[in-house]
Design a binder for this molecule. Structure first.
Ligand code: SER
Length: 602
């Protein structure tokens, strides 16, 4: 099955079940400082999960572009990608567990649809805790589904040690609870659908032996679909303002509570690439048609080595290059430029990693551009539209990095040249490798390869056997630190639906109108980022604003705020909205019906 066939089947199935298709939102989330990228299909739907009316109704289906970089070091294995497409269906206060689970079962197992053998399916459900009860209802519905296929689905019981025969596994919050995307917001227990491949993929033997269960690191079980029952809102516990100040001052731990939402929602997400691999009987996602042309291109530029060990490095590097160039193309297309900050930093890191792995394979200069041109265009017209911009950005960043790479290699050579002692007693340390990684972005494989060359030239230094393990330890330590730092950076950041954040959101519209009045009609919104403490508004203008211009804008906005104008909205077709002069970032994110807000009288 091709990716396009799977996409079509999914949409068709859910349209048959009364859903309306919505287009993918941008990879750059709007008004959500809690995340750098859109990480799930539910991300752009947060306001509607919280109760706002969606112009397309209560049942939605979409294919959402997603970027997740938390697992970047796992890319190269059989299933992890930094960019992926998520097939999702939503109920906004409409159907709940019963229909959601039954439809998933039907879509997966029915001959007309994906025709996956029910015998291969394993399920996890939420085991329950102080915040929410065990999901007995889902267990029952799943058991009925299995029963229809003649399977009596046992529930895993730790005491019985029945992981071999069990079909349904209750797991704690860390496994079977999804959301919120930020600090607070909609969330709920989930039930995840796994395909049992029958044997470990990542290791020869499963480390858990007979107790191998969905979620095990051996890769035997591939998670393909997650159904989230979003019926909770994770909120900061209400506190008196005095207590709130005290909490802030004393840096006390914030307390949260899970309150039931007014509507019960369903949010599901199916990984397109993984599911496609399963359906085609492939043992990794790179064999599917979303990656195959890229992998083939790399192989025509560089033929795979013959030696077994080199083959492993070749395969892994090929996959990393293919994954990273694909993600880079998509995020540049959605407006990101390489830099040392936030999204720009992620883009830089992806491109640099791709170049480094290319170096490892001795790919010729400019190979990324050749690959970028191969990224599919069929369903994402924006890639074709933004082609020049995408290629320019890759070219610019490649040139910059090549200089850094030369500097890094020179530095490394200097280390050898300037060493006055006896090379025989010099031992390479993981710190040196980590330094090369951090300063010049050298992956450990590249550093070791270069060091090996230099050893031949200058004499043998010692390389401890466990150096890679030490490097990984340093790497993990560093990752923890940077996670804490970025948690701090986004502190207080939430897909914020507080009253204050909503006010700021309205203010960004006033700000745009005022900027256009003062600076001219070339000013367009480029992005915005709001939480309850501040708003940020990005716009296009070739110069820095003068103090006088800023003052004028400020006065105009404040004048409008003081008028306490009513804010109203009207639903209309996109065409009519454009004709009425409504402003927005009219990219593919909008469906054919939109809400047009008016401040004051029309
Ligand atoms: N939000 C859930 C996920 O990302 C289901 O779509 O897995």
């Amino acid at each position: 099955m091709t990716a396009q066939e799977l996409r079509k089947k999914y949409i068709e199935f859910f349209i048959k079940k009364g859903h309306q298709e919505i287009p993918s939102a941008s990879l750059v989330p709007e008004n959500d400082p809690s995340a750098l990228f859109t990480t799930a299909g539910m991300h752009p739907l947060v306001p509607y999960l919280m109760g706002e009316k969606h112009p397309k109704g209560k049942r939605l289906v979409s294919i959402q572009k997603c970027v997740r970089t938390g697992d970047i070091e796992d890319v190269g294995d059989s299933t992890h990608n930094t960019f992926f497409e998520m097939l999702g269906n939503w109920s906004l206060g409409d159907y709940f567990k019963e229909d959601s689970i039954r439809w998933s079962w039907e879509f997966l197992t029915d001959k007309k649809w994906l025709n996956i053998s029910p015998k291969k399916i394993k399920i996890t459900v939420f085991k329950g805790d102080n915040n929410a009860p065990k999901d007995e209802e889902s267990i029952k519905i799943w058991q009925e589904c299995f029963k229809k296929s003649g399977i009596s689905a046992e529930v895993y019981d730790k005491k019985k040690k029945n992981s071999k025969s069990a079909k349904i596994f209750p797991l704690p919050k860390k496994d079977n609870w999804w959301g919120p995307t930020g600090e607070t917001g909609p969330c709920g227990p989930d039930t995840e659908i796994f395909i049992d491949l029958g044997k470990p993929v990542n290791f020869e033997k499963c480390p858990n032996g007979d107790d191998c269960k969905p979620g095990c690191s051996c890769g035997r079980y591939v998670e393909i679909w997650n159904n989230v029952f979003m019926e909770y809102n994770k909120k900061l516990k209400a506190q008196s303002s005095k207590l709130e100040t005290a909490t802030k001052n004393l840096k006390l731990k914030k307390e949260y509570e899970y309150v039931r939402l007014e509507q019960k929602n369903v949010d599901t997400g199916m990984g397109l690439e993984r599911t496609l691999a399963i359906l085609n009987g492939f043992d990794n996602v790179y064999k599917t048609d979303v990656f195959a042309p890229l992998i083939a291109k790399i192989r025509t530029i560089k033929s795979p080595p013959l030696a077994k060990e080199d083959k492993v490095i070749f395969e892994k590097s090929t996959r990393i290059i293919a994954d990273h160039i694909r993600t880079s193309v998509f995020i540049i297309s959605d407006g990101v430029e390489a830099s040392n900050l936030d999204r720009g930093y992620v883009l830089r890191k992806l491109l640099r990693r791709a170049i480094r792995y290319g170096n490892l394979l001795k790919m010729p200069k400019g190979f990324l551009l050749v690959l970028a041109k191969k990224i599919y265009k069929n369903i994402y017209p924006e890639l074709e539209k933004n082609k020049n911009n995408i290629l320019d950005e890759i070219k610019k960043e490649t040139a910059k990095f090549e200089k850094t790479l030369v500097r890094g290699l020179n530095e490394l050579e200097k280390m050898f040249k300037n060493y006055k002692g006896n090379f025989k007693t010099f031992t390479l340390t993981a710190d040196i490798l980590f330094d090369l990684y951090q300063t010049y972005g050298f992956p450990i494989e590249l550093s070791l390869e270069e060091i090996n060359k230099l050893r031949e030239k200058y004499g043998g230094i010692k390389i401890p056997l466990n150096i890679e393990k030490h490097f990984q330890e340093l790497f993990k330590e560093h990752q923890e630190l940077s996670r804490t730092a970025s948690a701090g950076m986004f502190k207080g950041g939430l897909a914020d639906n507080s009253e204050q954040a909503i006010k700021y959101h309205t203010a960004t519209h006033l700000l745009l109108a005022a900027l256009r009045q003062v600076l001219g009609n070339h000013v367009y919104q480029k992005g915005s980022n709001i939480n309850s403490e501040r708003l940020r508004f990005d716009f296009s203008h070739p110069k820095k604003l003068s103090n006088n211009e800023k003052r004028k804008v400020e006065i105009l906005v404040n004048e409008q705020i003081q008028k306490k104008l009513p804010v109203t909205y009207e639903e209309m077709s996109l065409k009519k909205a454009k004709e009425s002069g409504a402003m927005g970032i009219f990219n593919s994110k909008y469906g054919d019906k939109v809400k047009v807000y008016t401040i004051g009288k029309k």
